[in-house]
Ligand binder design. Structure first.
Ligand code: BG6
Length: 479
């Protein structure tokens, strides 16, 4: 991660007073600076419509950064009060920007992206050296995403556009690449002959409080499934790329997205569960109250059974689920292998099949569950776990995903960013589900805050004779 040979840059952060900038982006930049990973010459210019001076912005950030930030770090920061779609306002940015290596980071509503890009171009601030970073979700459906993309691509070429999906910056996701493609052990098993099914869970214990306006419009399908969950699915299911370069990796991910079996009215009803949390048993607030609305059909939970129609994955279901106000904050990819074809041990059950779990949070690590003999005279079998936990093994700090991704933008490496065709393929697959929900007028199924979602999510697997990995997840400490 230490990359002091980075070229000088100016980062212009739109949406500088927003939640993401304060919680993730500035702290990650600070961590990079502390690690000596930034060049001597860099600037961060925060831009937002909320009026404040550079001194006031610096003081606000100084308060939220964990350690007292050195004055030297804050000296690189300045602030501009401006409507980012207004060319005249952008002209107040230092006019040296056009000739510098400038990274425009758009942490605003996505419907402003095309307008901001146009204004940047008209203000003469975009050059060959410029880069633009776009936060997800880009659009609310296929058509709006296509419109935003067309606007951005008028002024920036694909090699200049960094579409962030911060799950790709998580340590375990990259470790998944290494584990799969730097070890010969797994590749032979990584297909329908040996794998029974795969579960991918992103569970959050937190509510939507504080982000109600954004969330009410977006919902879990657009916020988590269209991007984070599908990206994790791609990393798990893709073919080996021919090289670790941006296009080779992204070519393989696009193939997975294109092989997703399309959903129609019947399969959506049978294979997609949509939920919304209500108040909990201990008086916890429900979604409408948290979002500040009277009533709502926005989903805070999605579970689905997904099929990938290719040779490797024929007949292997991928179960995806995500939700707010679940019992724990956890994220894992659990690969369930098939049981042995014929067991010579009478007490061995199908549930004792091998399972390889990539846990992304709260404690990043990898676990392999396997059967072994219980010590003693009897031939008793039990499940044991081999655990690879980078934090406890090496006692290293695991960097936040945004640190890794910001460093990649600074170093102009697009491998962990989403390409245009990938983004559109993901929307293309998700679109019929959005349409069906909109047109059917069906409401999400309620689930109590603090539970694992509506009972229909349990039924989704039960119908296939399977269970979600809840017992193990329940044991995970909340992060
Ligand atoms: C964001 C979503 O992309 O990811 C949030 O908009 C969600 O709703 C967040 O809470 C989860 O990220 P992480 O890294 O905390 O798991």
């Amino acid at each position: 991660m230490t990359q002091t040979n980075a070229m000088p840059f100016t980062l212009v952060l739109f949406g500088a007073t927003g939640d993401l900038a304060r919680r993730r982006l500035v702290p990650s930049l600070y961590a990079l600076w502390c690690d000596g990973a930034l060049p001597a010459d860099w600037q961060l210019v925060g831009v937002s419509r909320s009026a404040r001076s550079s001194d006031e912005w610096r003081a606000e950030l100084a308060e939220i950064l964990e350690d007292t930030p050195a004055e030297d770090f804050l000296a690189h920061l300045s602030y501009l009060t401006a409507d980012a779609t207004d060319v005249a306002a952008l002209n107040k940015l230092p006019d040296t920007l056009g000739s510098q290596r400038c990274i425009f980071y758009l942490a605003t509503r996505a419907d402003l992206y095309a307008g901001i890009t146009r204004a940047l171009g008209d203000a003469g601030l975009v050059s060959e050296q410029s880069r633009i970073v776009l936060e997800k979700p880009i659009g609310l459906d296929y058509a709006s995403a296509a419109g935003i993309e067309a606007g951005v691509r008028e002024r920036f070429q694909e090699r200049q556009i960094f579409r962030i999906d911060h799950y790709l910056g998580k340590e375990t996701v990259q470790n998944l690449l290494v584990l799969r493609f730097a070890n010969s052990l797994f590749e032979n098993q990584w297909n329908h002959r040996f794998i029974d099914h795969i579960q991918i869970t992103i569970a959050e214990s937190g509510s939507v409080a504080g982000r109600g306006v954004f969330y009410e419009e977006v919902g879990a399908l657009r916020d988590m499934v269209q991007n984070h969950l599908l990206q994790l699915l791609c990393m798990t299911a893709m073919e080996p790329p021919y090289a670790l370069d941006a296009d080779a990796v992204r070519d393989e991910k696009v193939k997975v997205l294109r092989a997703l079996r399309p959903m129609d009215t019947t399969t959506i009803a049978e294979q997609v569960v949509r939920g919304q949390y209500t108040g909990g048993v201990n008086g916890e607030s429900g979604y409408a109250e948290d979002a500040g609305v009277r009533e709502s059909t926005t989903e805070t939970f999605v579970a689905m059974r997904v099929a990938i129609d290719n040779w490797r994955w024929a007949g292997v279901p991928f179960y995806l689920r995500t939700g707010k106000r679940l019992p724990a904050r956890t994220c894992e990819i659990a690969v369930h292998f098939r049981p042995v074809p014929h067991s010579i041990f009478p007490q061995q059950r199908a549930s004792m099949a091998n399972r390889l779990v990539f846990r992304l949070q709260p404690d990043e690590g990898i676990q392999l569950a396997f059967s072994e003999k219980r010590p003693g005279a009897a031939m008793d079998i039990r499940m044991s776990e081999l655990s690879l936990n980078p934090q406890t093994l090496r006692r290293e700090r695991v960097p936040d995903a945004y640190e890794r991704l910001l460093a990649d933008v600074i170093h102009d490496n697009q491998t962990l960013f989403v390409r245009h065709d990938e983004l559109m393929a993901a929307w293309y697959w998700v679109d019929p589900i959005l349409k069906e929900w909109r047109e059917s007028g069906a409401r999400p199924e309620p689930y109590r805050a603090g539970t694992w979602g509506p009972s229909a999510a349990t039924m989704l697997l039960a119908r296939d004779g399977r269970l979600w990995d809840e017992r193990e997840i329940d044991d995970a400490p909340d992060g």
